[in-house]
Design a protein around this ligand. Structure first.
Ligand code: NAP
Length: 244
């Protein structure tokens, strides 16, 4: 599979590593971001410097109009999307009894509504092409739950249900839909937890360390490759043995 890959939240962390991986595999890459244009431009420059094709497109993926505008720009500049990686995500943790409605809505909108909006927009051209890959970044929190993350875990479990349902809907059109559920990966998101929390997390991981964004990106790259043509509706856990 080649063509155009749109990676949401690709200015930093896992999304950045996914964008670089898909570019090195020959895709023209759309580096979506929310506000960090300098970081998104760096990713684009790195891809172009290596001889690849990339553009940066700002869009809040939880916003319907912004998503529509992004797909218009991308289709105009690069053509129809063949691979969509729904990666953009945030946390806003707190115990449920102290969790505000705003905290709940913000996380569900950015992590789950975005997956609905972007997948719906991408599927139109994929159905026409009778081919395509949708890869959704969930989390082990969505598989096992996590105290203090009711909003985040609900959004990520929602992504898994969405993945299975959509895979059933579009399988006959030659489109696969899968999820990847990372454990603790070293990014700004986990840096925010502090050394004490990440140290305690590492102690629970069979491999004894946090994962790297590249270790998640390689799995996404595989799911986007021809080798993964008969895999759909699955959630692949990439957690170094955390859930064992
Ligand atoms: P990160 O380092 O915090 O980066 C988040 C990325 O998402 C940034 O590129 C950010 O753009 C973008 N983003 C945030 N809100 C957005 C919005 N409304 N619209 C468009 N883009 C938006 O996060 P990460 O750790 O790489 O996480 C990436 C994904 O993996 C998330 O879905 C996360 O839930 C999931 N995940 C992460 C871990 C982990 O341990 N790190 C574990 C399991 C799952 P700006 O730079 O413009 O802010």
């Amino acid at each position: 599979m080649t063509g155009v890959a749109l990676v949401t939240g690709a200015s930093r962390g896992i999304g950045r590593a996914v964008a670089l991986k898909l570019a090195s595999d020959g895709f023209a890459v759309v580096v979506n971001y929310a506000s960090n244009s300098a970081k998104a431009d760096e990713v684009v420059a790195q891809i172009r410097g290596a001889g690849g094709k990339a553009i940066a497109v700002q869009a809040d993926v939880g916003d319907q109009d912004a998503v529509s505008a992004m797909f218009e720009v991308v289709t105009e500049q690069l053509g129809p999307i063949t691979v969509l990686v729904n990666n953009a995500g945030i946390t806003d943790d707190g115990l449920l009894l102290r969790m505000s409605v705003d905290q709940w809505d913000r996380v569900i909108t950015t992590n789950l509504r975005s997956v609905y909006l972007c997948t719906k927009a991408a599927l139109r051209s994929m159905i026409r092409a009778k081919a395509g890959r949708v890869i959704n970044i969930s989390s082990v929190s969505g598989v096992s739950g996590n105290a203090g993350q009711a909003n985040y875990a609900a959004s990520k479990a929602g992504v898994i249900g969405f993945t299975k349902s959509t895979a059933k809907e579009v399988g006959s059109r030659g489109i696969t839909v899968n999820a990847v559920a990372p454990g603790f990966i070293s990014t700004d998101m986990t840096d925010a937890l502090g050394d004490e929390v990440t140290g305690a997390a590492a102690a629970q991981i069979s491999l004894g360390r946090l994962g790297s964004p590249e270790e998640v990106a390689s799995v996404v790259g595989y799911l986007a490759s021809d080798g993964a043509s008969y895999i759909t509706g699955q959630t692949i856990v990439v957690d170094g043995g955390l859930a064992l």
